[in-house]
Design a protein around this ligand. Structure first.
Ligand code: PLP
Ligand code: ZN
Length: 485
């Protein structure tokens, strides 16, 4: 069928979304806020009951639609809603918020680094999102939905609330500040366990910030209690609207690769396991619609200091038992979670994924703290902006490659989930060799970098302005043994 170039119009298609309980199968209407099944407490995912109608459009048509939309001038379609029909196709144009999130670059690793590693790979820099982490993808969808539901129900005030390892609260506070009333943002952080940069973000956005003793898992319990007993909008990844938004990572990765996922692997750090859920879900949806015809290999990566998902999949298949772990300090702090809320989602989707694409299509890798931070430093010394979780993915790639779990002719896309600047404190601890012993990190002096003094012991007041250039310049030239020209 011959089709004209798509017009730059907001899509007319509307789906029909409902929550589906992964435990008992009950379904609940999308016109209410649900975070767990009212019947059995099970975790939910959103399902489009009209999804099969999308199959009437062939996969290559969808590719064209999404490729055309890549140049849209409609702000609502510039972010995660480029993939509107796969996202939340019940929202109207006026509901959709776009703060510049999504469409982050996939930057091929420096050639030297690829040669050294022995395999082709790239970082998808999700730190280039507005609040500097991938969490903006989920928030763009969740907040657009909140706008819709407030409009439809004429709600006067809605408190948005989340527990956070740092980035969820930064993203939630940013989007809440942009929307304004009727939304108000409250975030709960584990005291001393988010970086100063991450703490400054919700404060700067004007959110109410609460710090409590304990770790993320404790904050989560407070938030869950509130969501069960009060009318609040929970914004952790238990919120299935966030999962939908985060599926966009998979759509973009496929689009970037011209919808060809053969010989491709993706590496995702696992914390609360929302992101890996979303990414598997996204690839499965594209496969169902014929938009891609192969599933990429998925590697989830965990630190040995917070590795419940790794432990689960590395026990005998017939003896697997879900067991939360007590976390120990980790430089991959945004993934430092002992009882991931989305684990039941992962188990379900991983099973589907492996049924279609084989056992090796979904694997979990465990890495050590030392490997994580050094992989990050190595990446950044080759021109990247990887955060500690990006370093975790790179360490995972090296490990998978060494163990033969990924073949030499594959191309790996590593999710660098945040910007390095959020985690500058860990780099500093490494350079100054002052990690607390629980991190189990012994810095390699060769990787150290620190500022060196110039014109030390000189009093600036005593140097005339006309001489500062030559004085400093000559000292530097001696220091670096420069040749005069
Ligand atoms: C939240 C977060 C993670 C972990 O993602 P989950 O969806 O919780 O598994 C990893 N890296 C960064 C930077 C994060 O903010
Ligand atoms: Zn249920």
């Amino acid at each position: 069928m011959e089709k004209k170039m798509a017009e730059d119009k907001f899509p007319a298609w509307r789906g029909k979304l409902e929550y589906q309980c992964l435990e008992c199968g009950a379904t609940w209407p999308a016109s209410e806020l649900y975070y767990s099944c009212p019947k059995c407490g099970g975790i939910l995912l959103l399902r489009d009951t009209k999804f099969d109608e999308l199959k009437k459009t062939p996969g290559h048509e969808w590719q064209k639609i999404f490729d055309n939309r890549a140049t849209t001038r409609i702000p609502a379609l510039r972010g995660v809603f480029r993939f509107y029909e796969l996202m939340a196709p019940i929202l109207d144009e006026e509901d959709i918020i776009w703060l510049g999130e999504a469409n982050t670059p996939i930057v091929e690793a420096a050639q030297r680094l690829q040669n050294q590693t022995g395999i082709r790979f790239a970082f998808k820099n999700d730190g280039q999102n507005p609040s500097a982490s991938f969490k903006d993808r989920g928030m763009a969808c969740a907040f657009s939905y909140l706008k819709w539901i407030c409009r439809v129900n004429k709600w006067q005030e809605v408190l948005t609330i989340c527990a956070s390892t740092g980035d969820t609260s930064a993203a939630a506070a940013l989007y809440a500040a942009y929307v304004g009333p009727p939304l108000k943002s409250v975030v709960i952080l584990p005291k001393g366990k988010v970086t100063p940069q991450q703490l400054s973000q919700p404060l700067g956005s004007g959110a109410t910030v609460l710090e409590m003793p304990g770790v993320f898992d404790d904050c989560m319990k407070v938030v869950e209690y509130l969501a069960d007993h009060y009318r609040v909008a929970l914004l952790n990844s238990k919120n299935s609207w966030r999962i939908l938004g985060q599926e966009s990572w998979a759509y973009e990765t496929a689009q970037w690769q011209a919808w060809d996922m053969r010989k491709t692997a993706v590496f995702i750090p696992i914390g609360n396991a929302g992101n890996i859920t979303a990414i598997m879900s996204g690839f499965l949806k594209m496969l169902a619609l014929g938009i891609i015809d192969t599933l990429p290999q998925i590697f989830g990566v965990q630190s040995s200091h917070a590795d419940p998902v790794f432990r689960y999949y590395h026990s005998q298949a017939n003896q697997r038992q879900w067991q939360p772990v007590k976390v120990r300090p980790s430089v991959a702090q945004a993934a430092m979670i002992g009882n991931p809320v989305s684990f039941p989602r992962v188990r379900l989707l991983a099973e589907k994924y492996q049924q279609i694409a084989g056992e090796e299509a979904f694997q979990i890798i465990q890495v050590r703290e030392q490997e994580i931070i050094e992989a990050m430093l190595e990446a950044n010394r080759h021109g990247h902006i990887a955060c500690t979780q990006g370093g975790e993915c790179f360490a995972g790639l090296k490990k998978a490659f060494a163990a033969g779990q990924i073949s030499r002719d594959c191309f790996a896309v590593l999710d660098s989930t945040a910007h390095i600047l959020k985690f500058a404190g860990f780099q500093e601890k490494y350079f100054q060799d002052n990690f607390e012993p629980e991190y189990e990190i012994k810095p390699d002096k060769k990787l150290r970098n620190s500022p060196q003094p110039l014109l030390e012991n000189r009093n600036r007041e005593e140097i005339p302005d006309s001489e500062i250039g030559s004085l400093g310049g000559e000292e530097l030239a001696r220091l670096l043994q420069l040749q005069p020209r």
